[in-house]
Design a protein around this ligand. Structure first.
Ligand code: 26Q
Length: 800
């Protein structure tokens, strides 16, 4: 295969790998051929990158994550290689449009939300910064479910992203490892320990090249798939037991079948722990094998490998590395522990107690008997060190224990990850401070230098250049193209923020993005949106702490106001919602139904005169985000303060010139510090005030009854104004606001409504709005994942 002219290669690839000529090819065939034509151009860079790393003996970064929310790869890969125009021309020669061919690519959704998308942004930035790195995860056959909205309700359907094959990946059947489960631990004659698992499953690698900006480096995303060692038991099959003959393969398949679609509740299911161990063990075995092969001596591992744990999902890796070092490489426990700690870093992404992983001890012990022994051994050293320190009382010591002894005994994965890592980081400044004072306060007392902050970032390639080519071109015209290589150069826009020509050009781009989104939504759902209205967007996982309900209640209040005072000059608004709810999360699913119920009623009401439209877009995913974010005017980041660890959507919106309405939570605080108080709409309680109010007595009923707008809206929803077919549908949901209101919707409502009216006033002054939008674009270059990865590289991994 040549890699000369894309046009001739494309036809060649189509014939040889798809088996069709240009007359028979369907759009999906063209996509496959185009992707493989591009992949062919990646391979030489890939091999060169790997060779160079081996030759230089460089330290590598290993990013272990149960989620990689990749989205599509065609535009990203073409653009990073600088081949977009060439591919456009090659397809045009056959009467095809690249944008239409891109639509054939499935959205790879091997993740739930923020944590998974962060992993994908990090992989791209690692390659762009020329850092040798592997991502390790699971090649789920069914990733995130596809969301259908049936009569306003979420319905979950399996997404079959691999149905037409995956043109980007390489199967590596030779890179395979045995993963054990269950069985027993025995002491052998020579005194060493042997684990004899009851069950063995083979993990084999499937690699996807990850291309950095300007094709600088190509790293590997290595996802594991599972096979039984004996795919079919022929004796059983021949004896007529057809199902039994395949049972082992079915068991292996089930391991990589589905992504757990919950991002806030540690479900505690056995299959989840099996997934965590399966991918951790395969990855750690692969890392140790590579190290020993090239460097000979396992004790130098920390000099050549930095392993980052993306939350606690891979935390069992700590015990797995210990097992390999002690049982297979014959190291003393203490030396192994020192190597382990110097190798691992751990990133925490949530403070929500219900999301902290812990496993019932009997389950952990049954599935991983050797790891259970290792956890006990680590724990006894940890607790001894704590007692010796003199700074820990009994309560502190039981709080840091790897075993939760209150009630049913459980293994605490966050404590294991903390103990086994030399660095523990949060994902925004506030979140990191709260880690020190809440979940990890006792471990922080014992290890006061371990916790550090790495504020999240997003890749500007996907989230500016690729999703918003119009804005990118406009910026280039204004300040040149240095910002393409260093996002912080966007600050050169600051002196131009008041320039009316630039303001108009930025506004034209925004408008044309809104027209495109409006057309998409019209085609998809039949709802007509006015591109001159203010596009007010809340897209993210549906969760009570993210407070879609606060937005919806305010929407109802606004609807009410518009009808009572039609004479006022209301700012026309389009309220856009999107997001998936965990399948078992009752209130989140009810919020989706409420958004749809409100939309149906408001959109059909002639008395609002088109001043308010509400849409809930179905099946929000990375690809949908790439359409919506460039078209947004207002970004809703309204979580209860102290609950959103960082947020990353907030950064994507600001980079695309939307203004933020938000609470002092997560990275919103740092966004405010960058863009300035006058260019963001901050409202509501601080994290400290929330904590204070929760500790004191909080009386939401009094607040609701004292706020006429809020009261009216809550009562309308509770009494069935939006649910004539089932008037009590929302009675309980609204009763929750009166009774406990854990997420403080009532406490923040008036401030939120006032901030929304401040948004209206600013919108009416178009020049002032546009100036603020340009300020946002100019000042958020710092939130590039290149900056974040640079900090990890220097301060945690010791590379760069
Ligand atoms: C745990 C156990 C069993 C099943 C599922 C899970 C699970 C899965 C996913 C728990 C949590 C998650 C995802 C968490 C997540 O996405 N957190 C987000 O991480 C972002 C990146 O740092 C932050 O910006 C967000 O604030 C944070 O909510």
């Amino acid at each position: 295969m040549t890699t000369g002219n894309i046009e001739s290669d494309l036809i060649d690839v189509l014939r040889r790998r798809v088996g069709k000529d240009e007359f028979a090819a369907k759009p999906s065939d063209w996509f496959y051929a185009a992707a493989q034509t591009v992949r062919d151009r990646v391979i030489d860079h890939w091999i060169a990158s790997t060779r160079q790393t081996y030759a230089a003996g460089s330290k590598r970064v290993y990013y272990l994550s149960l989620e990689f929310l990749i989205g599509r790869l065609m535009r990203d890969t073409l653009s990073n290689l600088g081949l977009t125009r060439e591919m456009e021309r090659a397809l045009a020669d056959h009467g095809l449009d690249l944008a239409a061919i891109e639509e054939m690519e499935p959205d790879a959704a091997l993740g739930n939300g923020g944590l998974g998308r962060l992993a994908a942004c990090f992989m791209e930035s690692l390659a762009s910064l020329d850092i040798p790195a592997y991502g390790y995860g699971i090649r789920y056959v069914n990733g995130m479910f596809r969301q259908r909205i049936d009569d306003g309700w979420q319905v979950e359907l399996p997404e079959t992203w691999l149905a037409n094959g995956n043109p980007w990946e390489f199967k590596r059947r030779e890179s395979a490892y045995r993963i054990g489960f269950g069985g027993e631990v025995v002491e052998t004659a020579d005194g060493s320990i042997a684990w004899n698992p009851a069950e063995l499953i083979e993990a084999s690698a499937v690699d996807t090249p990850v291309v950095g900006w300007r094709g600088k480096r190509v790293n590997t995303l290595r996802l594991w798939t599972a096979n039984s060692l004996d795919p079919i038991k022929l004796d059983a099959f021949n004896a007529g037991d057809h199902a039994g003959a395949l049972a082992d393969q079915v068991r292996a398949d089930s391991l990589v079948r589905v992504l757990y679609p919950a991002d806030s509740n540690a479900s505690g299911q056995e299959l989840r722990l099996r997934q965590e161990y399966f991918f951790s063990s395969a990855s750690i075995q692969d890392i140790v094998r590579r190290h020993v092969q090239y460097h000979g001596d396992v004790t130098t591992l920390p000099d050549k490998a930095a392993i980052q744990l993306n939350d606690t999902h891979p935390a069992v890796s700590v015990a797995e590395l210990m097992r390999l070092l002690v049982d297979n490489h014959g190291l003393e426990f203490d030396e192994a522990w020192d190597i382990t700690k110097r190798t691992f870093g751990y990133t925490n992404h949530t403070l929500l107690p219900e999301a902290l992983e812990s496993w019932p001890l009997p389950l952990f012990e049954r599935l991983l008997p050797r790891h259970m022994q290792i956890v006990y051994a680590i724990n006894s050293r940890l607790l001894r060190e704590a007692r010796k320190s003199g700074v820990m009382d009994d309560d502190s010591i039981s709080a840091i224990s790897l075993i939760d002894e209150g009630g049913e005994r459980r293994v605490r994965m966050a404590n294991l990850a903390f103990a086994g890592a030399h660095s523990v980081n949060g994902v925004a400044a506030l979140h990191t401070e709260l880690m020190k004072t809440t979940v990890f306060s006792d471990l922080h007392k014992l290890y006061p230098t371990r916790i550090n902050n790495k504020t999240n970032g997003v890749t500007p390639r996907r989230w500016l250049q690729q999703c918003n080519p119009g804005l990118t071109a406009t910026i280039k015209d204004a300040i040149g193209d240095a910002f393409l290589d260093d996002t912080e150069k966007l600050v050169d826009l600051v002196p131009l923020a008041g320039d009316s020509t630039l303001q108009e050009r930025v506004a034209e781009v925004k408008r044309s993005n809104k027209v495109a989104l409006a057309k998409h939504i019209k085609d998809l759902m039949g709802v007509r949106l006015d591109p001159d209205a203010l596009f007010d967007v809340q897209i993210k996982r549906i969760h009570e702490y993210k407070r879609q309900l606060l937005n919806l209640v305010e929407t109802v209040a606004l609807y009410d106001q518009i009808r009572s005072h039609p004479e006022r000059d209301w700012v026309p608004r389009v309220k856009i919602f999107g997001g998936k709810a965990a399948s078992s999360y009752h209130n989140a699913k009810l919020v989706i139904k409420l958004a749809n119920d409100i939309a149906r009623r408001v959109n059909a009401d002639p008395s609002v005169g088109g001043l308010l439209k509400v849409v809930f877009v179905p099946n929000y995913n990375v690809t949908f985000a790439e359409r919506i974010i460039p078209a947004a005017d207002l970004s809703e980041q309204i979580s209860t303060a102290g609950m959103e660890a960082s947020g990353t959507g907030n950064m994507k919106f600001a980079l695309n010139g939307a203004l933020t309405i938000g609470t002092l939570d997560g990275a919103n605080i740092e966004i405010k510090d960058h863009v300035g108080d006058e260019n963001i709409f901050i409202f509501g309680m601080t994290a400290e005030e929330v904590a204070q109010k929760r500790a004191d007595t909080y009386n939401p009923r009094e607040l609701i009854e004292g706020s006429p707008e809020l009261h009216q809206a809550v009562e309308a929803i509770a009494s069935g104004v939006f649910s004539h077919d089932d008037p009590h549908r929302y009675t309980e949901l609204m009763a929750g606001l009166y009774d406990h209101d854990w997420f403080m919707v009532a406490a923040d409502f008036d401030a939120y409504a006032a901030a929304q009216r401040a948004v209206d006033r600013r919108w009416e002054d178009a020049a002032s709005w546009r100036k603020a939008a340009i300020h946002n674009i100019a000042k958020v270059g710092w939130f590039s994942s290149d900056r974040t990865i640079g900090e990890y590289a220097r301060e945690i991994w010791g590379v760069l």
